[in-house]
Design a protein around this ligand. Structure first.
Ligand code: G16
Ligand code: MG
Length: 220
């Protein structure tokens, strides 16, 4: 059966959260706001704009629109400097294996990410060619948990939503997949991703038998 396999980027294919952390921390500290790993966790899957809004809220700070835009681009510049050093070694365990398996089976593969830098990142880790469609922060107006990013991805690979499977590491992303009426597979901790249809610690825990099994079922 043809299915649409949709992958989130950060936390699923690569761990760019550590670079977001460094860039947001430097930025927050430069305007006198503390920034912790716990706060960084809360920005997973959240758009750049909403992330800065949250940081300003945490620090009880208001900025002019002009300053806000300046800080967003400053953060992105630093983030991109980390991205520029990425290579294939940063692909998370068994991601390449599952992508190869799916493409051997002729299954459509799409990216559904909140990032506006997704193409650059995929290029750096040499995975861009594996994707039949890329839908990211440049293509959507409504961020996860809104299902827009996944609905667009399904549309781009021409697969009905109930035949799509989403791999996500964020709560907002799982909610978006569920709202889109797609099978949601959480990558991470069950305690966090309890709304997902299935949860695995990482792709080393996902067998080809499991992929075959979900290729035969539809979202209920
Ligand atoms: C990723 C990260 C978020 C980040 C967002 C926007 O989402 O998880 O922390 O804020 O992208 O990234 P950028 O600043 O590159 O546009 P995802 O959906 O790939 O997990
Ligand atoms: Mg993510």
């Amino acid at each position: 059966n043809k299915k649409g396999f949709i992958f989130d980027l950060d936390g699923v294919i690569v761990d760019t959260a550590k670079y977001h952390y460094l860039a947001w921390k430097a930025l927050a500290n430069s305007i006198g706001i503390d920034f912790t790993h716990i706060q960084n966790e809360q920005l997973k899957g959240v758009s750049r704009e909403s992330s800065l809004k949250k940081i300003l809220e945490w620090g009880n700070k208001t900025l002019s629109n002009e300053e806000f835009l300046k800080l967003m681009s400053k953060k992105n510049e630093e983030y991109l400097s980390y991205i520029s050093n990425m290579d294939e070694s940063e692909i998370l365990p068994d991601v390449t294996k599952i992508l190869n398996y799916l493409s051997q089976q002729n299954q459509p593969i799409a990216l559904g990410s909140a990032s506006k830098n997704s193409k650059q990142i995929l290029k750096k880790v040499n995975l861009l060619h594996q994707f039949n469609a890329i839908v990211d922060g440049n293509d959507v107006t409504n961020a996860k948990p809104d299902p827009e990013v996944f609905l667009k991805a399904a549309n781009r690979v021409n697969i009905p939503v109930e035949d799509c499977v989403v791999f996500e590491d964020s709560v907002a992303g799982i909610q978006a997949a569920n709202k889109a009426n797609m099978i949601s597979i959480g990558i991470g901790e069950v305690s966090v991703l309890n709304e997902a249809d299935f949860v695995f610690k990482d792709f080393t825990q996902i067998s080809s038998e499991f992929i075959e099994k979900i290729s035969k079922v539809k979202k209920k």
